[in-house]
Design a protein around this ligand. Structure first.
Ligand code: WTA
Length: 664
């Protein structure tokens, strides 16, 4: 967390980011119609905390009213809306049908090859019920974890909602993750059910997904029942194998089934989502039914300005938390039309997304800075070909956005008429935490904005003391919120260690959440998030643990030691750099390098593919034997190396830098 001098490591990064701060007022046309426009909301939430969160709970339909808003008796194991009962699938489907929206589009899906499918709320409800009945027939009971390993096809949200309907938590594994990653997650969750598909399209090619799922299943330590969606039709025959059920057949058999939504306690688990942390083992983040759904609905309404009549598009993948919260649960809870796109933004042409926005008259577009940097690189000729005037609001999430990319997005996609919300949050927070409210606050490119109403975020030094505006420090959240994770699956101890130990004062029962990000705040209370201060990389907005990658590399025959760090990358934000020491007798050949790259892809997936593998005879270490990652990062980013005098082996630094220059 801090280097040898005890100073926060984020200090250096801050200097690189200090630019003259421009501000932008929210466009008048937007403010006039915005869901939330009263600046008094901040004060109201503060004065009325935690009862202010009833406003979020009121966006949902409850079967039984909750007793209190917050139970903090067993902090940090907080309970929100305890004893309240509800069902997430009922809230996302039935109630909209009952309230007259049965024929409104719930999901508008577009496949990469151009085929489209629309599910009205009524159609979506019918298919969710049919699949919920199918899952029950397979033996799925309340609280059984069902793993969903699917790309961006409608059956993914359908399966999520079917699970929610019968009270079976889902654990979605990003389709780009490897077979090994699937197995690790299924073993950790002791999940006995898997829903997957035969394949999907990427840049026009059919990818065989089932093969990867099968390989993963061979690493699962218990019996599994598998359901396979036929996405590719005739493209891949015999996709089922011997022991899997066909999704299409199951749903046809159960057509017309009526499945009563199970009444879940607000604190019952809705889903698990595995994410990367400091140690090698991925963490199973547990989210619950009441608080999570209330929080995602509330933030969708207040920040994304979602209205039922909108066509709303979050271009994330449902395999990550952004897709869970802001493609599926938040938007559907509000009864809007949510878009899904299967493919890549540059297929068949680099204007694919803009074409989609024009044709569907999309109101809101929410994406990641890495995507915006790609669009910027491709140039404005692509968006300029299309009428994007239907857009009302733009959003970004996942990593810091540099002011240049922000301004490009504002001008070339939003035509200077759409506010941008730069939303800071995490898998663990469930929903947005720091962002402007688009109908209220002015925008400052590069700065996410103030903490949302009801959120007490602060910037502190390593002792937990608040730092002055303008100085870098560590971000903390000093009161709980409804969307927060409740624990790490089967690991309460690690939950405390990872998030609460650093800054809490257990004796006085004061609990402070530490998200492991560095940040600074300005005089107006705007927070600029500087990035992770732990060993987690953010590659194209995806979280990757350096330890996970290192353990994949040292598992390869001939490798003695490895250190993985992030280096600056123009589009990805960060790229994976691997410094590798080979065992005596192993040669640093291209073949070895290839084996290392493949080893990482097998263990995690192509998203973790190293940008560079640098062979070295030693790693730079402090006298106490700690690897000086800072130096390795500087080398990867091509930065000044700075002081190496505290090293035990300073001579190695130049050698590595020379190698890196040749190898990358
Ligand atoms: C980073 C994604 C700066 C941050 C929703 C956080 C951001 C991590 C922003 C969580 C933002 C996310 N500005 N940094 N607007 N949004 N981050 O769990 O480092 O995949 O800790 O959740 O992404 O990544 P995760």
């Amino acid at each position: 967390m801090s280097d040898e001098s005890g100073e926060p490591e984020v200090e250096v990064e801050l200097e690189a980011r200090l630019e003259e701060q421009e501000t932008f007022e929210p466009p008048e046309s937007f403010v006039e119609q915005a869901n939330v426009t009263d600046p008094g909301i901040y004060e109201e939430f503060e004065e009325d905390w935690p009862e202010c969160w009833e406003r979020a709970a009121d966006l949902l339909s409850w079967n039984e009213a909750y007793g209190t808003v917050l139970n903090d008796e067993n902090a940090p194991f907080y309970e929100w809306f305890p004893d309240g009962k509800l069902n997430a699938s009922y809230n996302c489907l039935d109630r909209h049908v009952e309230e007259g929206a049965k024929n409104r589009a719930a999901i508008k899906w577009e496949g990469e090859l151009g085929e489209t499918r629309t599910y009205t709320y009524n159609e979506l409800l019918n298919e969710v019920e049919a699949f919920a009945a199918s899952l029950r027939d397979l033996g799925v009971e309340e609280d059984d974890v069902v793993t969903l390993y699917m790309p961006m096809i409608p059956e993914l949200p359908i399966a999520m909602l079917a699970c929610a309907r019968i009270g079976a938590p889902h654990s979605v594994v990003f389709a780009g993750f490897s077979a090994d990653a699937l197995a690790t997650r299924m073993n950790s969750a002791e999940s006995e059910y898997l829903v997957t598909c035969d394949g999907y399209y990427r840049r026009g090619d059919a990818l065989n997904h089932k093969q990867k799922a099968d390989k993963g299943l061979r690493g699962v330590e218990h019996g599994v029942q598998t359901v396979v969606v036929d996405r590719l039709g005739d493209e891949l025959t015999h996709f089922l194998g011997n022991d899997a059920y066909d999704y299409g057949e199951l749903v046809a058999e159960h057509e017309g089934a009526s499945v009563e939504p199970v009444s879940r306690d607000a604190e019952d688990m809705l889903f698990l989502m595995y994410t990367s942390g400091t140690t090698g083992e991925p963490k199973g983040v547990k989210h619950t039914t009441g608080g999570y759904l209330a929080y995602t609905a509330w933030t969708s309404r207040a920040v994304l300005d979602v209205k039922p009549e909108d066509t709303y598009w979050c271009a994330a993948d449902i395999g990550w938390i952004t897709g869970h919260s802001y493609i599926v649960y938040g938007p559907l809870a509000l009864g809007t039309t949510t878009m899904m796109y299967e493919g890549t933004p540059d297929y068949p042409e680099k204007d694919r997304l803009w074409e989609l926005i024009e044709r569907n008259r999309v109101d809101t577009f929410y994406t990641a800075p890495t995507a915006i940097r790609s669009f910027m690189k491709w140039g404005e000729t692509y968006p300029d070909r299309h009428d994007l005037s239907s857009l009302r609001l733009l959003g970004t999430v996942g990593e810091p956005i540099n002011p240049r990319a922000w301004k490009w997005y504002y001008k070339h996609i939003g035509n200077e008429e759409c506010p941008i919300v730069d939303t800071w949050w995490q898998t663990e927070t469930g929903g947005m935490m720091i962002t402007t409210l688009p109908g209220i606050n002015e925008m400052k490119p590069g700065s996410a904005g103030p903490p949302l109403p009801g959120i007490d975020a602060r910037i502190v030094d390593s002792e937990g003391e608040t730092v002055d505006p303008g100085n870098a420090g560590y971000l903390t959240v000093n009161n709980p919120w409804p969307g927060m994770l409740r624990t790490l699956y089967n690991n309460d101890e690690r939950f405390i260690q990872e998030y609460w130990q650093e800054y809490s004062d257990e004796d006085s029962d004061e609990w402070v959440y530490f998200p492991e990000d560095g940040a600074k705040i300005d005089d107006d209370g705007y927070v600029t998030v500087l990035g992770r201060v732990d060993d987690v990389l953010n590659v194209s907005g995806h979280r990757l643990g350096t330890m996970e990658i290192e353990s994949a590399i040292v598992g390869i025959g001939g490798v003695a030691e490895a250190a993985v760090v992030g280096g600056d990358h123009e589009v990805k934000g960060e790229a994976v750099y691997a410094y590798v020491i080979l065992e005596d007798g192993s040669e640093p050949t291209d073949e070895m390098r290839e084996r290392i790259v493949e080893g990482v892809e097998d263990a995690i997936g192509p998203i973790a593919r190293p940008e560079a593998v640098v062979f070295t005879s030693e790693l730079p270490k402090t006298r106490s034997g700690k690897i000086m990652r800072r130096l390795l990062e500087n080398i990867a980013s091509g930065d000044e190396l700075g002081d190496t005098s505290t090293l035990r082996n300073p001579e190695i630094v130049d050698e590595i830098a020379e190698r890196a220059a040749v190898d990358t």
